[in-house]
Design a protein around this ligand. Structure first.
Ligand SMILES: *Cc1c(COP(=O)(O)O)cnc(C)c1O
Length: 456
């Protein structure tokens, strides 16, 4: 048997030519998005003032399995893809495990994460539609950075509402975006009506993703030639991110490797949805039985403690309603939460798969996450994004179980990005200032109380 190299690369020719839309093969399709006014499934016309035309088509299409990647996007992909699938030989050795561990590394581009895979696609369709620019929100800053890069490439304006706490904690992230030409505003801001309202109600708030989304949407619909784009949660984003899973599948096939489990972190679900897409297809079609595990922070446990219900996607309640695992659109993780993945809801695709028992979910406390991140950095060399470290933590746990049982499982996880801009969080960890505050049932009840009461 050929020895498996540290890094399995695909050639340019072996890169996927199409994205894969997992919805096409799901027996139970995700529930439709609802228009918040009429409570009817959203139509293309409902979404047209907010989103780009082609992206709306992708959002609503749960029939077409393969969508050709346009040449312009493919050419951009070639600048940073294929991304390597790395055999974590050093980590295996440190853990003294018989398991084989692989990770798909998406941090090899300036934005430092997988988000560029969808940013470039969304910018392309906006440009093709003849738009002037796009608006968006960013939390930790990876999405805003990726979108700034994509907009610079296609010559589009990029207006980013950045959650205030990140804006203040991550000045360097902000400068990367500005360097690529984006206009960055801390959210909540006085630039929008919803921002003014939130500031009046909660003066001194450090903001939230849900609130920044509301501001970005408002800005898009009130500015001529602009549309809103979103870096996670949406079906279209999972579609673009399927490039991660397709490459992983091809790389594993190249060496005849059969995975036993695929592990990924879940914020809004885009990297995980993309990574698992072809493997979940095989699982649904009964061709392969493997475990698929979503990992989320214990301080924002949408899957493990959330409710499967229609909810607002944003605090301002202007976006369509989505049926998903949610903590309520008013939920904001404790201020000391440092590991990202702080969105209250979850992709409708992943929510349905989880609900149907096709996927598992675990939540992990943040100190264990940073501990795993540190071990990983010291053995594999890469300083991981805290988000990615959630997947590392559970991959390591599974490898340790193998050490105990002697099983030689093949573990694949998504290493979504690097942590160079997360050093405030690492500092807190290194200084012993992180705690593991986990919301109580009472804390969560407050979020659930805000779920829309629908009579469907
Ligand atoms: C945004 C982000 C995530 C979480 O988002 P998903 O949509 O759940 O993938 C994970 N890791 C990194 C590095 C990110 O930037």
């Amino acid at each position: 048997m050929t020895k498996i190299p540290y890094k399995i690369y695909l050639t340019e020719e072996e890169m996927p030519k199409s994205w894969y839309n997992l919805r096409a093969d799901m027996k139970n399709k995700p529930a439709p998005l609802l228009n918040p006014g009429t409570l009817q499934p959203v139509t293309e016309a409902d979404l047209a003032p907010v989103f780009c035309e082609e992206l709306i088509k992708q959002e609503l299409d749960d029939r077409t399995a393969y969508v050709k990647i346009p040449d312009e996007i493919y050419n951009f992909y070639k600048m940073f893809r294929p991304s390597p699938l790395v055999r974590a030989y050093c980590l295996e050795k440190t853990l003294d495990t018989p398991a084989e561990i692989y990770y798909k590394f998406e941090g090899n581009n300036t934005s430092g994460s997988h988000k560029l895979n969808s940013a470039i696609a969304q910018a392309y369709y906006a440009k093709k539609q003849g738009l002037k620019g796009v608006t968006t929100e960013t939390g930790a800053g990876q999405w805003g950075t990726a979108l700034s890069m994509a907009c610079a490439y296609f010559g589009l304006d990029c207006k980013v509402f950045m959650v205030k706490v990140s804006y203040e904690q991550k000045p360097f992230r902000r400068e990367v975006m500005r360097t690529y030409g984006a206009d960055v505003t801390p959210s909540p801001s006085m630039e929008t009506q919803i921002g003014q309202k939130i500031l009046a109600e909660f003066p001194g708030t450090t903001g939230s993703l849900g609130c920044a989304i509301s501001e970005a949407v408002e800005k898009a619909v009130t500015s001529q030639g602009y549309r809103y784009v979103l870096g996670s949660v949406l079906n279209q984003v999972l579609l673009h991110q399927s490039v991660i899973g397709l490459e992983t599948e091809a790389a594993l096939k190249k060496y005849g490797i059969e995975p036993d489990m695929i592990i990924g972190c879940a914020g809004g679900g885009s990297n995980l949805g993309g990574l698992i897409a072809p493997f979940m297809r095989d699982k649904i079609q009964g061709k392969k039985d493997l475990r698929i595990i979503a990992v989320e922070p214990a301080s924002c446990p949408s899957f493990t403690r959330g409710k499967f219900a229609y909810d607002f996607a944003d605090t301002g309640k202007v976006c369509p309603l989505a049926k998903m695992y949610t903590l309520g659109s008013g939920f904001i993780p404790a201020p000391n939460h440092a590991g990202g993945l702080r969105y209250h809801g979850m992709s409708t695709v992943l929510s349905q798969l989880y609900h149907d028992g096709l996927m598992e979910a675990v939540s992990v406390p943040q100190r264990e996450v940073f501990d795993a991140a540190t071990k990983f950095a010291r053995t594999e060399g890469i300083l991981p994004a805290p988000e990615s470290a959630h997947a590392i933590k559970v991959a390591m746990d599974e490898a340790i179980k193998c050490r105990e049982t002697g099983e030689k499982k093949v573990i694949v996880f998504g290493l979504t990005g690097t942590g160079y801009f997360d050093l405030v969080a690492y500092k807190k960890f290194n200084d012993g200032e992180l705690d593991d505050y986990i919301p109580t049932d009472e804390d969560l009840a407050k979020g659930f109380a805000g779920l829309p009461k629908l009579d469907l």
